[in-house]
Design a protein around this ligand. Structure first.
Ligand SMILES: [Zn+2]
Length: 257
């Protein structure tokens, strides 16, 4: 359900980077704006900070998808990137000829590398920025999770609040997007990483076991999110857990279990 590419519209932004065609659907900007409208120093909406946040989230999610796209190129698969309301997609050009299986699905190790490359690129971006700030005399507001690896709150603020917030937004978007996508829940990257890993070590039983992992992990994260009043995350994870359960039923039925 998350993997359907949106129809092209006249409002799409199109360009190429590193030789990879990129299309940004208009809904991408709306959802990014909704996610960050109150991420300001005071919590009050501010158009300038909102534009800065949208730019930072755009760069971060683009780096994630370029990670997938460049890993595909490494394996000789050309692809294009689409940013849309659910984030981003790196779509292999040969997608259609594989009859719908994610990226070919014949070589689980290759699939694992391609899937891991997205969050890895994004975390590498975050760590590079954080390391540069860490060795500089400057500091940033602490970034959840990253602060355990590289605490950045020591040091003087940058002269311009836009530099401080621009870097903070880049780190925040990269860390959260990468970690969210690494949850072992279908169809997130983490769910696909677990599937390919289990198929590598267990053969075809790995698919069924990865669906069980996805169902349990999705349910657990949903429960955690609801208990902390994070309704959006909770509903999303509950839906993904149910979807994994249904897929497991269908898959088990087809395989005669
Ligand atoms: Zn990804």
């Amino acid at each position: 359900m998350f993997l359907a590419e949106p129809q092209p519209t006249p409002y799409d932004l199109r360009f190429r980077w590193l030789g990879i065609p990129i299309r940004v659907a208009p809904w991408f900007w709306l959802v990014v704006a909704l996610l960050g409208w109150n991420l300001t120093p005071t919590g009050e909406p501010d158009g300038r900070y909102l534009l800065l946040w949208m730019g930072a989230a755009f760069v971060s999610i683009l780096v994630h998808e370029l990670g997938h796209a460049l890993a595909m190129r490494f394996y000789g698969i050309s692809s294009y990137v689409v940013l849309y309301q659910f984030g981003g997609l790196a779509v292999p050009e040969r997608y259609a000829s594989y009859g719908g299986s994610a990226r070919g699905g014949e070589d689980p190790f290759r699939e694992l590398v391609i899937t891991a490359a997205g969050p890895a690129a994004q975390l590498a971006l975050a760590l590079a920025i954080a390391a540069a700030v860490y060795v500089s005399p400057y500091g940033l507001p602490s970034v959840p999770y990253l602060e355990y690896v590289l605490p950045l709150s020591q040091g003087q603020p940058f002269a311009s609040p836009f530099v401080t917030l621009g870097l903070f937004y880049l780190l925040l978007a990269s860390v959260f997007w990468a970690l969210l996508n690494l949850l072992p829940v279908y169809p997130l990257d983490g769910g696909q990483i677990v599937r390919n890993f289990l198929v590598l070590v267990q053969g075809s039983a790995g698919i069924r076991n990865s669906l069980i992992v996805s169902m349990v992990a999705g349910g657990a994260v949903a429960w955690y999110a609801f208990s902390r009043q994070q309704m959006f995350l909770g509903v999303m994870m509950a839906l993904l857990a149910i979807s994994s359960f249904r897929t497991l039923q269908a898959y088990s039925g087809r395989r005669g279990w």
